[in-house]
Design a protein around this ligand. Sequence first.
Ligand code: SAH
Length: 208
Amino acid sequence: MLDVRKIRLILELRESGISNVEVLSAIEKIPREEFISETYRNQAYENIALPIENNQTISQPYVVARMTELLDVKKNHKVLEIGTGSGYQCAILSILARRVYTIERIKNLHEASNKIFDKLKLTNIVSKYNDGNNGWVEQVPFDRIIFTAASKKINNKIFSHIDNEGVIICPIEKNNKQILIKYIKKNNEIISEEYDDVLFVPNLQGVV
Ligand code: SAH
């Protein structure tokens, strides 16, 4: 039953314009139901965001696919994710990248996602319980950075976490909306491109 729903979701993502076959195949490989509580599990392959613990959300599959596609991840890349949440986006990235470092500010979610990574044997994920806005200094530089919580702006420290040709994707709050912005570092300058309107929980400071 889940397989039929999963195939339908993949077709829906393709129809919505997701064309990167590696991204689609990563979505096919990772069981989204594992990241969702019993209550909502029957909706795991619907193209919608769902509630997770601590009033947070697992992103809509289309948004995960879109952000992953825009991030342009290569097999040799080291990726940083800020906002582990359920761990689903991180699991998708772990299929495409060499290693994924992920940071979560809510201890409960950090611990729950680690258990799922272990269960699914996603051994190239390294996670940390911290405020992600501090970045992960010991592991600099990253090839790619993804924020999965909406920020007003990205601090300069994070921009120094990527090398030339590095990419950062982040939902940015602008005029009462959130827009997906892709930042590319070229010859020590940052170029930005705007994409879809999105709806993410806010990027908050400190840990809980
Ligand atoms: N990528 C997640 C999306 C979860 S929602 C998924 O696939 O499920 C965003 C998450 O970002 C929440 O869990 C929230 O606690 C976390 N978050 C918000 N601000 C943060 C910060 N400054 N540092 C680390 N995590 C943060």
